[in-house]
Ligand binder design. Sequence first.
Ligand code: CA
Ligand code: CA
Length: 457
Amino acid sequence: MTRTQVVMLLMSVCQLSIMHGQECPSRQELQNSLRQVHKLLSAHETSYVQSLRTLRKKINLLQTSTARQPAKPTNVTCPKLEAPANGKKMGKVLLPGHEVHFLCDPGYELVGSETRQCKESLTWTGQQPVCKDINECAPSPCVNGGTCENEVNVFVCICAKGWGGATCQTPVPTFFITITNTSAATAAGVAGSAGSAGSAGASVSPPATSSPLVRPSHCTQTQGTTHCTCEAGYTISGRDTSVCTDIDECELFHMGQSGRLCVHTCVNTPGGYRCTCPAGYNLTRDGRNCKDVDECANRQHNCTKDQLCINTYGGFQCVKVECPRIRNATYVKTSPLRCERNPCPVDNRACSQAPNSMSYHYLSVVSNLSAPRVMFRVSAMRMMGDTLRFSLLGGSRARRHFTVQRSDRQTGQLMLVSSVQGPATLEAEVEMSELEKRVLLGRYITKVTIFVSPYEF
Ligand SMILES: [Ca+2]
Ligand SMILES: [Ca+2]
């Protein structure tokens, strides 16, 4: 009981007396009252001290018990996981119950767990995966004695002599020609050309070996039969067996079973042929196909610092991403390929109806792609409203090549509807709008630019 409470008590004693028509209590009575108050205070004091003691005891007990317990681990997450070499890891949260997914780059296959979950015991389920190069040679695609070489995402057949084509399926003549029962004169002539030009039967003129496209044949005679052979890449044409002429492989095998001999240009050479590629391509190891040079990765481009280098088939493009300039709204670049609208002033309807974001995507394709095909997908990460709408902007020009379809509730896809002959640059804008009870919540635009190569490779 505080001093104020004591004074209040005395005052109330005095007031009570006045109310009952009595005078304030006498000195004796007051002293009695004060004694009572003292007693009351002492009782309170004892009980207060007692409860303090109990509290202290409890705190001491708690302190001892916590000291005995082992220290709680400070990290309540699973250990960090690394992405496999030649692959990706998706998912960053390392808390119990969360999952991490793994993906391999094209040409690699995942061995191990595709998904791992963080357990309550703070360990991961499954095994750390690895991305193994898919052995394209495993099904033994090269036939007729060809050797297969496994490369990332592709195999190359090194064919045995006499065979060609992507899987060595096409016979290339070895030009072993057997001539039987030929006339003696011709046989003598052949023999003469091979060695003694002055022999009696040299009625056939020696071959014009001045041209590298013409070579003498090699003939042997056994029991009246003459066998004439040519070097690889040459053949006996016509009746003159003493002369071998170069085979024009470019003409002969222009269109084989396995497609064109050369994907681009074929150059006939004495005894062989070679394929050439246009600028911006390198000849592949099989000597027939052309592979695009990635100028952006090889730093062979001349794009400035504020430009992005986009590799294309047969070249590259320098692009500059600039945020839209729209009246009533301003944009800020939030990543190299994305602009977002700054917050709008209150009640500025024109601003709030302007696109919330503008994303830019660049694709490189070869000429004459088959259509229809999906070129790009736009998906809503999370939905705030009850409806999503996808549409194609850009008028009839865009509609000539593209259409926009919905592939699921939250995804729209840009489809190429007609094949495009390159070189060409196509542009399309896909708008995704989000609505709640038919009221527009936001508009998100993805601008897709497609660079079509002049070639089909
Ligand atoms: Ca040739
Ligand atoms: Ca290129």
